[in-house]
Design a protein around this ligand. Sequence first.
Ligand code: ADP
Ligand code: ZN
Length: 626
Amino acid sequence: MTTPASTAPDAILHDVFGYSAFRGAQAEIVDHVIAGGDALVLMPTGGGKSLCFQVPAIARHRREQGVAVVVSPLIALMHDQVGALEEAGVHAAFLNSSLTLDEVQRIEREMMGGRLVLLYVAPERLTTPRMLAQLDSLEERGLLSLFAIDEAHCVSQWGHDFREDYLALNVLHERYPGVPRIALTATADDLTRADIIERLSLHEARVFISSFDRPNIRYAVVEKDDARKQLLRFIQDEHEGEAGIVYCQSRKKVDETAAWLSSEGLTALAYHAGLDADVRRKHQDRFLREEAIVMVATIAFGMGIDKPDVRFVAHMDLPKNIEAYYQETGRAGRDGLPADAWMAYGLADVVNQRRMIDESPAAEEFKRGQRGKLDALLSLAEAHDCRRVRLLAYFGEESSPCAAYQNACDNCLNPPATWNATEAARKALSCIYRFHQNRGQRFGAGHLIDVLRGKVTDKVAQNGHESLSTFGIGADVSEAQWRVVLRQLIALGHLRTEGEYNTLELTAAARDVLRGDVQLLLRQPSDAPKRRGGTGKTTRGARTKDKAPPIPLDAAATARFEALKHWRAEVAREHNLPAYIVFHDATLAEMAQSMPDSLDALGAISGVGAKKLEAYGREILRVLGD
Ligand code: ADP
Ligand code: ZN
């Protein structure tokens, strides 16, 4: 560019990043920080936090205000973040322990000369005497443009990612009160928020809270039948050739699931804390750099992974609570294109999670908190109404059912049939009560169902259960459906299981159902036989969904899309960067569809900034012309 570069945010957004408009609160945040204000930004994953400090950094640099310092806890990912900026023509660098002395000195020269636009550092490095002396010198010369503190929840002991080093960041406010600071996080709860403000002295900061809705994510929960097969079918039917994350609870299950998916022809890698650091790094690298990798992982995987085109996040086990579920599923679809949050859920999940809490050595008060969180999660899993409404409500946000969304949740897309299970539930609970009256005995679900359905087994005969008044009173409900009723009763807290054999026991809340104070409207299991003469009239239509590419393309355009991807892979390899940093899929798809025939037309496509147009424009036109 020959004309002096503009300092207007819109112009920067367009010329540098190739985007046409700011999203949500971005514009307001950017203006506020450019003007020198402090900010605390709460935005969901994928909401676009990076631009909130990158655009101000560029604007202030262009006004000769020097270097923006970005504090980030994830040394392993700095390389790619800086690579993305350099690809867009923004002079950026990182300082961390992976660099040689020569490299460090070169970067320090760029920084001290005020030439760098953004410098990424880990918190422990930022607060070294050497670094602080350098910052002092920059500040004296008016060349310290702003501080961005990413993953700001790391400063809070309430959060799960607490880092001691973050506490020392308070020095920034004390030492450089005139330099604007912007702290960013995707962790929403009030406690953490207050803690961030306190510990980073952000009392004067404007707080920007975005909606936590992720409209492009479809939430779906399926009933576990054969979970591995269900997972495979889900991936094959809906996400063939796409990248995704599969979360499992244990390391063992991670290894097994990854091996099994691999044996079925998918490229699945394992990630958990029991693997060598080398293996973990290699797997993470492949996930970021290659296409269509399925990462099977424990929750050790994910923080800071900003791969935009993760098309699905699957849970093979219940996550810990709704916060964890939202963080984990939030890693899907950062690019704004349709993505899936899929979970397989069954009775064993409920039983295991409850038992883990019951048997933990924690204080009773803590356990009560845990149970409350589990209950919230279970009612999300059992819900027959909009899951998005429930999720957002959990975070204190009111919303309407997402039926009109392009990517509506499973329940909005195919409203499940419900049935009034109050009578059935009362029958089951009173049968358990009778067992207990009768010699104080307890039994598991299998025997209970036999008795309810009036089946004369050896066990029934031995215990004289034929003579119970509840024998055979539930013959009109199928066995499969009884299991669902029991699971939901456990999930809702009216029943609990005990001991090695998971025998059933009434809770205090069972009384409400027995007395008829609580009506139970349960979701009709999709595959179970409908109740005779019941209310199960809705049949669930089979859903069909288009597979990749990100926008529907005809055959010729698909071929162009593939050719562009091929070209992109070569560039990415040459630059040692993940492909999505060169261009997102969505950008390539738009190129393939609209077939621009000039550099101007190409530059109008979202995601094509001036620098990339200059560097790659001609080649892209050639690939499209072939
Ligand atoms: P976060 O850090 O909040 O999880 P990112 O900053 O990584 O989110 O942004 C998510 C994705 O959205 C990125 O791929 C980014 O390029 C894209 N993005 C952000 N803001 C915009 C915008 N205004 N227009 C188009 N794409 C955007
Ligand atoms: Zn919905």
